[in-house]
Design a protein around this ligand. Structure first.
Ligand code: 6R9
Length: 696
């Protein structure tokens, strides 16, 4: 179905005229500078991966590289190792005094932990877990803020062979309960709360709610004191709840690392998926770490001198692979930030102690006095001299909306590489990022991958690959990505189709926790009717290759519209809309249409300086009409949206992905389904009223 037509206007997405060759000074010193890496890895991917795996510290070397019984892969069989040893201990001799983590809290408190200090904390906390009866194979729920303790806790689990399951600190009690029960964790690690836009997110209170008759297996809760002594309402359940600092105070600084098999489980991470119960993605030890280490080193070009910042929360896979395991296995220095990108405490308040800036307001809520600060990110980059920034298109577009002045007012000269992840980045945002953040000289790595893939799959090697705004470019060496039709046949350049991975790779998910049948069905059944189809991994994304072999991701297959017989990806229309000077962000969906099958509907956020006044119906209609015309001119009349709705906000998940399913529900007048994973559920109600009022 996807392949009946080619692009209605081939001059749009894949024919971006601009391209950016790696700057020569960057290329000369890049970690990957031999273009032969691609050919060699393609000829013998197993040898390529085995070579990377050998760069880990092994207790017993592996004997067999791969055992592949589709859809089950085992990598580096016979090998024994420990992840915390690879992320901490092995750097102690050469990098003991090098910072491993540089942390800044929202109130402005800064903490640095060297590799030696990290080692002490990891060993101590591993002993704490052990003393509470946690051992190899046991599951542990982490419901923590973005403080160094989150990283310490993850590494402590790996030290004793416990399987961590991180639950994003913005999720509800219900989500915490569901995920904790699904993994069967008997212990939850949490904090009293954390700072977000000057307010406290009360993690412990939410944990209590989740535990109220809800998690029968949970025996203990360890509580980190992030907020100090000011939170009067905190309840500690005797016999169940324990303070982190009290437990660690006298814990031993030495904890023998557990000897783990290559294929022992490392972590479970739930992804929501578009419908139904969250899927518990299972990653194992050696393959995952090999993938995270190799991709960090080559895609981010990590050097010992870098201060690297990935803005993702550890609640997402990006936080697992590119805040913790990838950079630390490479001995890098990682920057961590607790709070919101547009907030600062007022300078009148000292930031000496962690909590010096906090006070309880009249309602008894803890607040930190401060105000909106849309320069916060750039201030931190300038202050700490951050060299690599890896973030999401949603944040880049928010910064575009806030205006160019914020980055312009700060010295971002320390930056040398920029990255993007989470969604397709539209060329307009890519170019803005390149110019206003990267000063025109930083390569941008647009990285396509998934929770399931464990590590980056499609992205440029920044010293080798010429980038084009909007394309994730080439599969990482050793990754056999392709674009195919419904029959699994490879498609030529320019034809839109389904992205597949033809060969197993080390960091691939091994199964869905407790549900191998669903694992087969979701990822491996799409092509099971054709010969060899059971070994084609189906990620659920659409893509098209260009003449140069670059991959252009088109969003989820579900987000591809069939308009009067033409396949249009929502991504292409969104990209065209964002090219209009007045548009900051756009989300397009296909709504059912009697004649055309589906008709595009656009929800558009206007840049602040061009936004019509509320109630100025004439101006609103004129701008909507102009935008319809703009899309029509850019992509062809077939793409003209039936409706353009101007809105202040879009429904997004906590990780910034637009929930198009909800927009479809709104456009088709359906009752809105599950909104629990939304960052702000109120947006949906507002949009629903708006749509009913403005539909033409
Ligand atoms: C790492 C992460 C995975 C889905 C994936 C795709 C979308 C991620 C992208 C991208 C285009 C990119 N996606 N990166 N689409 N270009 N650079 O985001 O994992 O949360 O599991 O989401 O995100 O649709 O299938 P996850």
């Amino acid at each position: 179905m996807l392949t009946e037509t080619t692009h209605p206007d081939p001059s749009s997405l894949t024919h971006q005229t601009q391209s950016f060759a790696p700057p020569s000074d960057f290329a000369e010193t890049a970690n990957a500078k031999d273009p032969d890496i691609y050919r060699k890895a393609a000829e013998d991917p197993e040898a390529f991966w085995a070579d990377w795996a050998r760069r880990l510290d092994w207790i017993t070397p592996f004997k067999t590289v791969l055992e592949w019984n589709p859809p089950h892969a085992k990598w580096f069989l016979g090998g024994k190792l420990n992840v915390s040893v690879n992320c901490v201990d092995r750097h102690l001799a050469s990098r003991g005094n090098k910072p491993a983590l540089v942390f800044e809290g929202e109130p402005g408190d800064v903490r640095t932990l060297t590799y030696s200090q990290l080692s002490v904390e990891v060993n101590k906390f591993a002993n704490v877990l052990k003393s509470l009866g946690v051992g190899k194979g046991d599951r542990v729920s982490l419901y923590l803020p973005m403080t160094p303790e989150a990283v310490i806790a993850m590494l402590a689990c790996t030290r004793i062979g416990a399987v961590h399951s991180v639950i994003f600190g913005g999720f509800s009690a219900e989500s915490l309960q569901e995920r904790t029960n699904d993994s069967g964790a008997k212990i939850i690690l949490t904090a009293d709360g954390y700072w977000r836009r000057g307010h406290v997110v009360p993690l412990k209170a939410t944990t209590d709610e989740a535990l109220k008759d809800g998690c029968p297996l949970v025996e203990k809760v360890i509580v980190l004191k992030r907020l100090g002594d000011n939170l009067s309402s905190l309840h500690m359940e005797p016999g169940r709840d324990l303070w982190w600092h009290e437990l660690t105070e006298n814990a031993s600084m030495e904890c023998e690392p557990e000897v783990m098999d290559s294929e022992d489980p490392l972590f479970i991470l739930h992804t929501s998926g578009s419908t139904g119960k969250p899927k518990g993605i299972l990653h194992t030890t050696a393959g995952y770490l090999t993938g995270a280490m190799a991709t960090s080193k080559l895609v981010f070009d990590l050097k010992d001198s870098d201060l690297y910042w990935c803005t993702a929360d550890i609640g997402w896979v990006t936080g697992h692979s590119y805040v913790v395991y990838g950079p630390l296995s490479n001995g890098a220095t990682v920057f961590l930030y607790e709070g919101s990108p547009d907030w600062s405490v007022s300078p009148d308040f000292s930031t000496k102690g962690e909590i010096a800036v906090s006070k309880e307001n009249e309602e008894g809520n803890l607040t930190s006095p401060g105000s909106q600060n849309r320069s916060r990110l750039w201030e931190m980059i300038a202050r700490h001299k951050i060299t690599i920034l890896y973030t999401a298109p949603t944040l880049i577009r928010a910064c575009m909306k806030w205006g160019d002045d914020h980055p312009a007012g700060h010295d971002l000269g320390s930056l040398r590489l920029l990255g993007s992840v989470g969604e397709p980045i539209n060329p307009e945002a890519w170019l803005w990022y390149h110019k206003h953040i990267g000063g025109g000289h930083c390569p941008i790595v647009d990285t396509w991958w998934q929770t399931e893939t464990g590590a980056i799959m499609i992205a440029p090697l920044p010293g080798l690959v010429t980038t084009k705004p909007g394309s994730a470019t080439k599969p990482f060496p050793g990754i056999a990505a392709d674009v195919v039709d419904e029959k699994g046949e490879s498609l030529p350049a320019g034809q839109k189709g389904i992205l597949v991975i033809r060969k197993p790779w080390p960091s691939m998910l091994r199964t869905l926790w407790g549900n191998d049948e669903r694992y087969r069905q979701v990822y491996w059944s799409k092509f099971s009717g054709i010969e060899g189809g059971e070994s084609l991994y189906f990620p659920g994304d659409g893509a098209v290759k260009d003449e140069d072999g670059n991959f252009w991701l088109l969003g989820r297959i579900d987000d591809i519209m069939l308009v009067a017989g033409h396949n249009l990806s929502t991504m292409e229309l969104e990209s065209a809309l964002v090219e209009h000077y007045a548009v900051a962000e756009a989300a397009v969906i296909g709504k059912t249409h009697d004649i055309k099958g589906q008709a595009p509907v656009a929800f558009v956020i206007i840049r602040e300086q061009f936004a019509p006044k509320i109630g100025d119906i004439e101006a609103i209609h004129a701008l909507s009409a102009e935008l319809k015309e703009h899309v029509s001119k850019k992509l062809g009349a077939i793409c003209r949206p039936d409706d353009v709705i101007l809105t202040a906000d879009l429904p997004k998940t906590r990780s910034g992905k637009i929930m198009r399913r909800l927009l479809r529900d709104i456009a088709e007048g359906r009752i809105i389904g599950d909104t629990t994973t939304l960052a702000d559920p109120a947006i949906v109600a507002g949009l629903k009223d708006k749509y009913a009022g403005e539909e033409s």
